[in-house]
Design a protein around this ligand. Structure first.
Ligand code: PMV
Length: 379
């Protein structure tokens, strides 16, 4: 796990390319088996918004890995009599067959098939469930795609005894990215950075890395209370939103700003400067939504209650000087971030003043977590 409040030893800098993730030929894969992984969601502090072909981010991002919001996936695999022309799988979501999820999985399988060449040799039964309610408006693609990527890679690991934990983590993140960009930040715990940027040598467009610099103990156990303002489907998907950054009039400046914000965060993480942290995090959230509002076509995902909550958080911070702040993902829900030391006062404030703006008063208490975990499935 990432250690907060200590100088981290810098991981060895290795420049990995796509080729490093193609397995060696003629591996002896097992005939059948069952694997299970639980992978968390994450919340971006510097937002990924805009992409190039092959799920390459247009700008670098950084996120807190979450703990409570997670997807658990059980994967059963059985070798087919002969290699198929298509992918053979059943998908169960919370115990029920879910045909609407299948096209996304087929696209994922297509994208990863040269890195997991055994896919067409098996029939898979994928059984997934989320710790958070399906209709909570929380995107499950990050946790869902990372859990699936980990399960599939586990099959390769069983046939490759020499695979190092480092390679396993990098390849899992690489594969998850091909399912959903932000999913590559849901493998390891703590602070995860993704996307090449000059101020971080080890950074890569291909996978997430643990933030390689010093992180102050102020960020240990950081809290994220997710206020569920709107639990339905959002009106514009992230895929469409990313696409609209292509001809966006402010794209170039926005991408530049993400690099600058990442660099600016380095002394903030080191010194535990929460006042400066709040400014970057809130500005990133509003910039993300400003990009949506200035795309062509433009769209708005915030709702009146989103703004009400934001205004109340800012007023409470001004009044108390407690470094509580908000961030948003591509939706109306609000993530309320605060340090462990202010937990009591912040929860009280949330309950007294903010919960009234949540759909049916619902919210989820989450915090920074330790990353994905394997479990031994009961067959
Ligand atoms: O991973 P995607 O394609 O669902 O995009 C995620 C985009 C944001 O959640 C808005 C930002 C981010 O960095 O997670």
């Amino acid at each position: 796990m990432q250690t907060f409040g200590q100088v981290l030893s810098l991981p060895k800098f290795e420049f990995m390319t796509e080729k490093d993730f193609v397995p060696v030929q003629n591996l002896e894969y097992p005939n059948e088996g069952i694997v299970g992984w639980k992978a968390p969601s994450n919340i971006a502090l510097v937002k990924y918004w805009g992409k190039l072909p092959n799920q390459i981010p247009a700008n670098p991002s950084i996120s807190f890995t979450l703990d409570a919001c997670a997807t658990t996936t059980l994967l059963k695999f059985k070798r087919l009599e002969s290699r198929g022309n298509t992918f053979s799988f059943d998908f169960l979501f919370e115990g029920k067959s879910k045909a609407t999820f299948k096209p996304k999985i087929i696209t994922f399988f297509e994208r990863v098939s040269s890195y997991l060449p055994f896919l067409k040799e098996y029939h898979f039964e994928i059984d997934s469930s989320n710790s958070f309610p399906h209709s909570s408006g929380i995107a499950s693609s990050a946790s869902g795609m990372s859990a699936l990527a980990l399960c599939l890679l586990e099959i390769e690991r069983r046939s490759t005894p020499g695979m190092t934990p480092y390679h396993f983590r990098k390849k899992a993140s690489f594969l998850a990215r091909l399912g959903s960009g932000s999913a590559c930040r849901s493998i390891e715990g703590g602070l995860i950075q993704w996307g090449k940027t000059a101020s971080i040598n080890q950074s890569s467009d291909l996978f997430g890395i643990r933030y390689p610099f010093e992180v102050h103990s102020n960020f240990k156990n950081y809290h994220d209370t997710i206020l569920l303002v709107h639990k339905g489907q959002k009106t514009v998907s992230s895929t469409v939103g990313h696409g609209l950054m292509k001809d966006h009039p402010f794209a170039e400046n926005r991408f530049k700003q993400a690099h600058q914000n990442l660099e600016a965060l380095r002394p903030i993480f080191k010194n535990g400067d929460l006042e400066a942290f709040v400014k970057i995090v809130e500005s990133e959230a509003l910039t993300l939504h400003a990009m949506m509002m200035t795309s062509h076509p433009y769209f708005i995902l915030m709702l009146p209650n989103t703004l009400e909550i934001i205004n109340r958080i800012m007023a409470f911070r001004k009044e108390t000087t407690i470094p509580i702040c908000f961030t948003l993902d591509a939706g109306a829900n609000v993530h309320v971030l605060y340090p462990e030391s202010e937990k009591g006062k912040c929860i009280q404030f949330i309950q007294d003043e903010l919960v009234a703006y949540c759909e049916n008063g619902h919210y989820i208490c989450d915090r920074i977590g330790n990353g994905a975990k394997q479990f031994s499935p009961v067959p």
